[in-house]
Design a protein. Structure first.
Ligand code: ZN
Length: 296
C-alpha cells in the first residue's frame, strides 16, 4: 500500500457513476506507502496520471458489487499502473486500473478482468487499505478469496476464476503469498459462492424463449452475441441490462434462420421494424453498438 499524499481535491468531488472530467490528473505518489497491488514485484511509475474511467470498467465494478449487494464506496480511475491497484488518501478510497490492460483482457478473457478488479475492490471492502503496513500475504489471500467468490457468483467456472492467478510466478514475496496459496484462496471463495457447481441458468434448459412467444416477435435489437461456450458472459450482459430496466432476453440463434448460428444473443424482441428501431434508442444508451436484425 502506498499513500496518495497530494491528490487533486477536485477529483474527490467526482463520483463513480457520474460523468467525469476528461482531463488527466497527476497523482502524487511521493512517499507512497499505501497502495495494494495485485502481484509481487510490480513496478509503479514515479508519476501516475489518472483519467476518467471507461464504461466497461464501471460496468465490471457494478457487476462485481452486485454479488454482495453493495454500493461503491470508492472511486475508479484509469491510470498508468501495471494492472490495477487499490489506493487511499485520507478517507477517500480509489481504484486505479490500466485501461490498456482492462481493454485487452475484456477482449481476450473477461474473467481475468473480473478477477483483478474483484481483488482490488476486496482490499477496500475489507478495510485493508485503511490499515498501516501495506500489502501482506494474509490480506492478499483475503482479496484473492473474494476474486474467486465474485467470479463464481457471476457464473464463471473455477478455471475462469484461477486463470489470472496461474499467470503469476510460483514463489511469493514479503508482500504477496506464493501462487499455490493464492489458487487455494480463489478456490475457497469460488466454492463459497457456488457450492462447487458453476452457476448458470443455462438458456437451453429454459422453456420460454422467443421461439415460443408469438407476442414478442422476431425483430430483434441485438445488444451482444456470444458463442454457446461463453453463455456465462452473455448472462452477465443480460443481467446488467435487466438491472437497467430493459426488457432483454437471451435467444439461441440456432432457432432463427437469418441469424448466424452457434450464438446466444442478448436481445429486445419486438413485433415490427419500427418498434425495433424505437427500442434501439433505449438499448444504445447502454450498448453503443447495438443494432436491429430480423430473426426469420
Ligand atoms: Zn492485493
Amino acid at each position: 500500500m502506498k499513500t496518495l499524499t497530494k491528490f487533486s481535491a477536485a477529483l474527490f468531488s467526482l463520483s463513480l457513476f457520474t460523468p467525469q472530467v476528461s482531463a488527466q490528473t497527476l497523482l502524487n505518489l511521493g512517499g507512497q506507502d499505501h497502495l495494494c497491488s495485485f502481484a509481487p514485484d510490480e513496478v509503479f511509475d514515479e508519476q501516475i496520471y489518472s483519467f476518467s474511467s471507461s464504461k466497461q470498467a464501471e460496468d465490471l465494478v457494478a457487476d462485481i458489487l452486485s454479488t454482495v449487494g453493495l454500493v461503491p464506496r470508492f472511486q475508479i480511475y484509469a491510470g498508468n499502473v501495471p494492472n490495477a491497484a487499490a489506493v487511499i488518501d485520507g478517507d477517500q478510497r480509489l481504484i486505479v486500473y490500466s485501461e490498456d490492460w482492462i481493454q485487452n483482457e475484456i477482449a481476450n478473457n473477461r474473467w481475468a478482468a473480473v478477477a483483478l478488479l474483484s481483488h482490488e475492490i476486496a482490499h477496500h471492502l475489507n478495510g485493508h487499505t485503511l490499515e498501516a503496513g501495506g500489502s501482506r500475504p494474509p490480506t492478499e489471500l483475503e482479496a484473492d478469496k473474494f476474486a474467486g467468490f465474485a467470479v463464481g457468483k457471476l457464473g464463471g467456472s473455477l478455471q475462469d476464476a484461477q486463470w489470472l492467478f496461474k499467470q503469476l510466478s510460483a514463489s511469493g514475496s514479503d508482500t504477496h503469498p506464493p501462487r499455490g496459496a493464492r489458487l487455494e484462496a480463489v478456490a475457497v471463495g469460488w466454492r463459497d459462492a457456488t457450492g462447487g457447481q458453476v452457476i448458470r441458468s443455462t438458456p437451453k434448459d429454459e422453456p420460454s424463449t422467443p421461439t415460443t412467444s408469438s407476442v414478442a416477435g422476431d425483430w430483434f435489437v441485438i445488444a451482444g452475441s456470444y458463442p454457446h461456450a461463453s453463455v456465462a458472459q452473455a448472462e452477465i450482459l443480460l443481467h446488467r441490462l435487466q438491472a437497467q430496466g430493459l426488457p432483454v432476453r437471451l435467444v439461441n440463434t440456432d432457432s432463427y434462420a437469418k441469424l448466424s448460428n452457434g450464438l446466444y444473443s442478448v436481445v429486445v424482441a419486438t413485433n415490427s421494424r419500427s418498434s425495433a428501431f424505437h427500442a434501439l434508442e433505449g438499448v444504445k444508451q447502454y450498448v453503443s453498438d447495438a443494432y436491429v436484425k430480423k430473426g426469420n
